[in-house]
Design a protein around this ligand. Sequence first.
Ligand SMILES: [Zn+2]
Length: 258
Amino acid sequence: MNRLNSVATRMGPDLRDAIEAMPGLGGVALWVKFLDSDNPELIACTDGVHVEAGPRYEKYGDAERRFIVLHELLHVALAHPAREREMERRTEDFDARLYNIACDAIINAALDGARGVHTPDGAVTLGELLAPLGYWKKEDHPAEIVRQWSSEALYHLLAKNRERVDLRAFDSNAGITGKDLAPAMGASHPAGDNSNEDEIRAWSSRLKMARGSLAGIFNRLVRIEPIAYSFRILISAAVARTGAPADDTTPLGPQGMV
Ligand SMILES: [Zn+2]
């Protein structure tokens, strides 16, 4: 972990404490290139390879910054940027912001109750998305419900019921939700149709290897072989493209990679 101590960006000083709250993500952090941005609006974002912190990141308290670090690392570990590009390629009228919100809600639910981190104001919860649609009961616990949803399934549910969920609540510039999956930064992403699939597969196998050390959090999220699931995404998307019924809104139960 010594390499993480020498990260000389805004997130650098917070990395060790953040990872201490969730040790399994240390291995993920080693894959990431940390950057800073001068964009005055930016809190933090990731393209799946880089994690970039903006000036607004520094306005948060210690426990909130640790939350933000872990939130971005989870986007990377779960290959959300690559899965977003794949969804975009295969989904008609794809709404990138809505997919970002779905991913955020799942990650925030997974971080719910983690020691040493505090959820910043304006961070979307799974309950506020699912409750208006009848998929969330008062006594439901985020850590339990999150296992039932993939980001793709949640996206499709939200897209179908857009008018029943108040997404305007996340429009404010002060908010932290729905705006941190960024296009590729730098030249790290190879062009070509297979790159998203390759990236999803690469992260799936890294997660598989890391599963033991990620017990605290990934047991909440990944219940079975994630690689099989990434193929399922591709297959269901291919079905959707051909116009056959493709109802992907069913919770995936124990089969989901979020
Ligand atoms: Zn996010």
